[in-house]
Ligand binder design. Structure first.
Ligand SMILES: [Fe+2]
Length: 136
């Protein structure tokens, strides 16, 4: 099962929304690679690719938060850090256990569920703040 970006996930800041869509697409690449039964090397590359993109994306949001003096920077950044930790744990498990159905299950739990929850709550709040600032 793949994840689909939908307009309800839009936070109203074009740069962030574009990156979120790209993030969904990279998660789909991972799920599809799992479905195709790709080997450890390919899956390892897809995981690293996703990790890099996540870091770039969090960096973009955090820069915007700092630039616009976002009062909830610290807890928001904390959520990002927690995600990276969980993601790295998943990657470590992959390094030791190799591919398997568990990877799809964990990707859905650790990555997809987290992301949708984070976008619809935490990023949506940030988006509203940034838009208000823009119009001020
Ligand atoms: Fe965020």
């Amino acid at each position: 099962m793949l994840v689909k970006w939908s307009p309800e996930y839009a936070v109203g800041v074009p740069e962030i929304d574009r990156q979120h869509q790209e993030l969904f697409s990279k998660i789909n690449d991972l799920l599809e690679a799992c479905n195709r039964g790709e080997g450890k090397q390919v899956l390892g590359e897809v995981l690293s690719f996703l990790e890099n993109y996540v870091k770039v994306h969090f960096g973009t949001e955090e820069k915007l938060m700092i630039a616009q003096a976002y009062p909830e920077y610290s807890p928001h950044r904390g959520e990002h850090k927690e995600f990276i930790e969980n993601f790295l744990r998943l990657k470590e498990k992959f390094e030791t256990d190799g591919p398997g159905i568990w990877l799809v299950v964990q990707t859905n739990r650790v990555v997809v569920d987290w992301l949708i929850n984070h976008i619809t709550k935490t990023d949506t709040k940030l988006g509203a703040y940034l838009r208000a600032k823009q119009n001020a």
